[in-house]
Design a protein around this ligand. Structure first.
Ligand SMILES: Nc1ncnc2c1ncn2[C@@H]1O[C@H](COP(=O)(O)OP(=O)(O)OP(=O)(O)O)[C@@H](O)[C@H]1O
Ligand SMILES: [Mg+2]
Length: 247
């Protein structure tokens, strides 16, 4: 009987790819599509690292729980977990996820086109393990940002994000299910995103361009995902940037 090699030895390379950006920007949709294309890929959701529901900070102005600030997450646990995976340990352990499945998917023809692209641009993809990390708070702190080999920043306008967010039923939490109260996006979600990400932008304006020195020093790539954008383009762009940053 042949013994299976430990996970660490089966891969020539382990790369961590961040799918960051505000809520409803298309991170989970894009990351799930990419996962289906790579031979060896794990998808990790930052949303699985929330602290207990009863400990979520309360926003003093509205009295609402603030699920969108960094303090709502256990970053120590998250950081240690990613470091362990990156070093090739714990790869066999399955982390139970509370994430629902996605509603936007690639069709067969699109998948084939993208598989060809991967073969061409990432020739060693079959011996590489891709750890795909999906989260709304991956770029607020350079200490977290620097954990990744590739940083993909999904963006969209306030209006698009609000409309997408408001059409969602809610979110599974550690202890239950969260449904946004009225105006939660403009009162909590958007301001939390702006205050934690404005340092990345020209004139601290979230609607402006990323600062050139930030883009180059953190190798941060951004894309606008409005409703006219196609999933195949988002995924193709992700593959191009992964290929560029890991080869
Ligand atoms: N280009 C697009 N056109 C139309 N709908 C889109 C597009 N991109 C994403 N969506 C839809 O927007 C919603 C949010 O997308 P998704 O769940 O991927 O966002 P997210 O960034 O993971 O958000 P969160 O941080 O809240 O989990 C989904 O219903 C998805 O199908
Ligand atoms: Mg998501």
């Amino acid at each position: 009987m042949t013994q299976e090699q430990p996970a660490k030895q089966r891969f020539n390379k382990i790369v961590l790819v961040a799918f960051g950006g505000p809520s409803s920007s298309g991170k989970t949709t894009s990351a799930a599509a990419i996962k289906s294309l790579f031979k060896h890929a794990i998808l990790i959701h930052l949303d699985d690292f929330y602290i207990a529901d009863s400990k979520i900070p309360i926003d003093s102005a509205t009295g609402y729980q603030n699920w969108d600030c960094p303090e709502a997450l256990d970053f120590n646990l998250f950081e240690n977990y990613l470091k362990k995976l990156k070093s090739g340990q714990g790869l066999e352990e399955k982390l139970e996820s509370r994430q629902p499945s996605v509603d936007l998917k690639l069709n067969q023809e699109e998948e084939q086109l993208l598989l060809n692209k991967i073969q061409l641009k990432i020739p060693d993809s079959e011996t590489t393990l891709f750890i795909l990390v999906d989260g709304f708070m991956l770029f607020h702190d350079p200490k977290i940002l620097e954990l990744f080999d590739v940083n993909l920043f999904f963006r969209a306008s306030f209006e698009t994000l609000r409309d997408r967010r408001e059409s969602r039923d809610g979110y599974n939490t550690v202890e239950g299910f969260w449904v946004d109260p009225p105006h939660y996006f403009e009162k909590i979600v958007w301001p939390a995103f702006v205050s934690s990400h404005k340092y990345l932008f020209e004139n601290e304006d979230i609607n402006s361009k990323l600062l050139d020195n930030i883009k180059s020093s953190y190798k941060l790539h951004d894309i606008i995902n409005e409703n006219g954008s196609n999933l195949i383009d988002l995924v193709g762009w992700s593959i191009d940037n992964i290929a560029q940053d890991i080869n």
